[in-house]
Design a binder for this molecule. Sequence first.
Ligand SMILES: [Zn+2]
Length: 176
Amino acid sequence: MNQPTPFAHVLHEATIAKLARGPALARGQAYFAERRVTSLSLVSGRLFGAVVGTKRYETTIWVTGDRLGYVCSCPSGSDGNFCKHCVAVAIAWLESQKAQTYTPKQGQYLAYIYYYTKLNGRPPSEADMQAYFGVSPPVVHEMVKALENRGFIARTPRTARSIRLLLERSQLPDLE
Ligand SMILES: [Zn+2]
């Protein structure tokens, strides 16, 4: 998770505040807090995010020189604005960078999610994790919430088996 990216130099809270116009900043912050950013990935130097608002919007942010390029599938984003979805995705990325380390136990859950998804073609349910780790439902539930809060996984609210790992295999421990 410590890969150097140009984002680290360009994408800061101050950048977001400068780019976002009118109510976009506060709305984007609220979207992030409401966990509306349902996916986040950095591919070939481009940050891709999906944000669920009135509809599901796709946001892409990249770095050009010392500036940010951005586009969003919403009407405001299509007009070239750094919209609330851009704000939410940018904040989600910043937060994911802050929360870079997991505990050994969290690492085991992350590795399990990775292998389960790979073997079964769908993410594990909390019941699957409960059975594998031999723990109670509240323990698994708290673990999943912690992993989500740290930016290691994303979930779609009120949707079963919607856990998505936000780390690469190389960032995970072996499953013991
Ligand atoms: Zn947008």
